[in-house]
Design a binder for this molecule. Structure first.
Ligand code: FE
Ligand code: FE
Ligand code: ZN
Length: 303
């Protein structure tokens, strides 16, 4: 069995449920994937069809995808740091956990939140309070707090995540999702990943890393921007990303690509293609594909 656990964000469509996600992941030759249980920007959620879920589990089994490595991402309109949406965010996150459990999923990635009009300290305490309301001793899902770029009033650098984990009562149900683009934009130099891991281990503990989002960044170190770029086309060296992806301390941690679709104008119509099949391939080969974008375009153009 291949050791590298790698996949990408895939879409979840109402009519195909989890089966559609598995099929899309397989089309990228991935052995895991991440999905939103509906559109990431809204909270309309369809009922989960147990028949489709069963089918998806069979398909995963046939193709060597371990459901324990599959990740769910909570919609980004949940903002636990903002008192204004408190009741809605808490209720929605509780329902999202129930959906994960129905789907048999064990890891839910969450953006901790933006403090907006509150102070950073108030925002952090609000997140802690909200997580304390959401988590119960029976919660089986691990909430993976994502490291954020620090865009606007976003919370989610290592010290802030440490604060959340230290103050939430049932913190054994909290983990962390490292996002390489966000870390770069937050000012963590990933070219010195050993130092970063040491800092992480001291503050939070390496065993808390539940997921890695592998993205290149369009922006320079510390830009606080959050704009993802295709692997090898941004400011993070390909070798640095490989070093993280293949790091011995992270072998059992799923790696998920969230890089942008590749666009092309054809007959004055704009078309977009998923980059994941080719990004995964170059990561497996451990060799930078300097024709990545061209390969993607010609592959999807055929059909
Ligand atoms: Fe995210
Ligand atoms: Fe991410
Ligand atoms: Zn991002």
């Amino acid at each position: 069995m291949e050791k590298l656990i790698i996949g990408s964000h895939v879409s979840y469509k109402k009519d195909k449920g989890l089966v559609g996600c598995v099929e899309e992941a397989l089309s990228y030759q991935a052995n895991t994937f991440m999905f939103y249980t509906g559109a990431p920007q809204n909270t309309n959620r369809a009922k989960i069809d147990p028949e489709l879920t069963k089918k998806a589990y069979n398909l995963m089994k046939e193709n060597g995808i371990d459901p324990q490595n599959v990740i769910v991402h909570a919609p980004y309109i949940i903002n636990l740091a903002n008192q204004k949406n408190h009741d809605f965010s808490v209720r929605f996150l509780k329902e999202e956990i129930e959906r994960c459990e129905k789907l048999g999923m064990t890891k839910l990635v969450l953006h901790p939140g933006s403090h907006v009009s509150y102070t950073k300290e108030e925002g952090l305490d609000q997140i802690v309070k909200s997580l304390n309301e959401v988590l119960t001793p029976d919660t089986k899902v691990s909430i993976c707090l994502e490291t954020m770029a620090g865009k606007g009033t976003e919370l989610g650098n290592l010290d802030e995540i440490k604060y959340m984990i230290d103050h939430v009562t049932l913190n054994d149900k909290l983990m962390v999702c490292l996002d390489t683009c966000h870390l770069n934009d937050a000012g963590y130099d990933l070219n010195h990943f050993e130092e970063f891991l040491e800092e992480f281990d001291q503050k939070i503990g390496i065993e808390k890393i539940g997921c890695v989002h592998v993205n290149d960044s369009k922006n320079v170190l510390g830009a606080h921007k959050d704009r993802h770029e295709n692997i090898g086309y941004g400011t993070i060296p390909f070798e640095t990303l490989l070093h993280i992806i293949y790091h011995p301390s992270l072998v059992n941690v799923p790696k998920i690509l969230e890089t942008p679709y590749v666009s092309e104008t054809d007959d004055s119509k704009e078309k977009v293609y998923p980059p994941y099949r080719f990004e995964i391939e170059q990561i497996r080969r451990k060799e930078k594909n300097i024709h990545l974008l061209e390969d993607i375009r010609s592959f999807y153009k055929k059909d």
